[in-house]
Design a protein around this ligand. Structure first.
Ligand SMILES: *Cc1c(COP(=O)(O)O)cnc(C)c1O
Length: 374
């Protein structure tokens, strides 16, 4: 490997939450003051309004604000009656929370390989994994790229399976004009600070077209409470607080602008890097929101080294697919079981991207990558 050419010394982070806070800080201060003066911190007006606003953004009947994205997945599985011994098909190329939630209800994660074009679960691989114990599919819209929803919903209908959308990385993405998260039985969002709609702490939400599922998750998030100190089943504690809800409402009003800025940065990267590395695909029928801008290259080590020497952050999301994680040893998978997930894991590299990022930075970073590959 050649010694990297240095053209930059000012650090570039993966994202810049301080820059996002700056233009909204007065609005946030005002909202927080109101909450602090009101003394109402849990399940108040901000949570109710935020639920209505997210439901309406997605054109879906119901939304329930929760403590995290992981809780949204777990409580959706519970509300859909997925239980001990049931099989749930999902991708091995995702953040571990997706599969962890399946284990929380005693169900078995069954992995199906990805499509390299989208890095999302492949519909034909899902079909191969269906057995008479399969109850549901958890689709992940990884990095902000919508999965093949029409095909997946078709498979689910034919086999009588539930569909949960893990939308933790893709708030506002669209598939054939429809907002993702609103096509399955439940859509699960995370508002972890680094997500494309991020709170100032933990938070999550489930959206659903079903009044029944909404009702069940609302009861589950509050200890199975159906009336004052009356508990019909064992619930959980997973409530978004008023402070996070108020902050998220302020950011929700700007989410489309944030996403379109991400798309501009992504377009600049792609215009400069296409040909040298495999860039994320912008498919005709969907709107990618670039929670991450993730390239694929067999020369990843050289690119990482060059970026590091130039003070540019970059991260490998994800270096080890879930079927090879020690936590899932008990499932009995082996190396070679999911070749496309494995090769993606060895070639992916996520570059800095955030709404406030200058296009100049994308150009400079692209130049460093081109130099490294030159
Ligand atoms: C972040 C994330 C989650 C979990 O969300 P938390 O709010 O951190 O619990 C689940 N799935 C995916 C794909 C994620 O990126």
């Amino acid at each position: 490997m050649n010694k990297p050419v240095i053209i930059n010394t000012t650090p570039v982070p993966m994202l810049d939450l301080k820059a996002q806070h700056e233009p909204i800080k007065e609005e946030i201060k005002t909202a927080l003051k109101k909450i602090l003066d009101s003394g109402r911190f849990i399940l108040g007006d901000n949570v109710t309004s935020f639920e209505e606003e997210v439901a309406s953004y997605h054109g879906v009947g119901h939304a329930v604000a929760l403590g995290s994205g992981t809780d949204a997945l777990y409580l959706s599985l519970r509300a859909l009656d997925i239980t001990q011994g049931d099989e749930v098909i999902t991708t091995p190329f995702t953040f571990i929370a997706t599969a962890e939630a399946i284990t929380y209800v005693g169900a078995i994660p069954v992995f199906a390989d990805i499509d390299r074009r989208t890095m999302n679960i492949s519909p034909s691989e899902i079909e191969k994994k269906i057995t008479n114990r399969t109850k549901a599919i958890i689709v992940v819209h990884l990095f902000g790229q919508p999965a093949d929803m029409d095909e997946i919903m078709g498979i689910a209908r034919r086999h009588g399976l539930k569909v949960i959308e893990d939308t933790a990385q893709a708030f506002g993405a669209r598939y054939r004009g429809k907002p993702i998260g609103a096509m399955g039985d439940a859509g699960c969002f995370s508002f972890y600070p680094s997500k494309n709609l991020g709170a100032y702490g933990d938070g999550g939400m489930m959206i659903t077209p079903s009044a029944g599922i909404c009702e069940r998750v609302k009861i589950l998030r509050n200890h199975g409470t159906v009336g004052p100190y009356q508990h019909d089943f064992i619930g959980y504690n997973s409530r978004l607080d008023e402070i996070q809800a108020a902050i998220l409402r302020i950011k929700l009003a700007r989410i489309d602008t944030y996403n379109s800025r991400r798309r501009e940065v992504a377009a600049r990267y792609t215009s400069l890097l296409a040909g040298a590395v495999e860039c994320p695909r912008e498919l005709d029928d969907r709107t990618h929101v670039y929670h991450q801008y993730t390239i694929l290259t067999p020369q990843r080590a050289a690119v990482e080294m060059a970026l590091k020497h130039n003070a540019i952050s970059c991260v490998v999301y994800y270096p080890l697919p879930l079927h090879l994680q020690r936590a899932f040893d008990y499932l009995g998978y082996r190396e070679g079981d999911f070749p496309l997930s494995e090769s993606a894991a060895s070639e992916v590299l996520s570059l800095p991207i955030y709404p406030e990022m200058d296009l100049d930075k994308a150009e400079m970073i692209s130049q460093i990558i081109l130099n490294a590959l030159g």
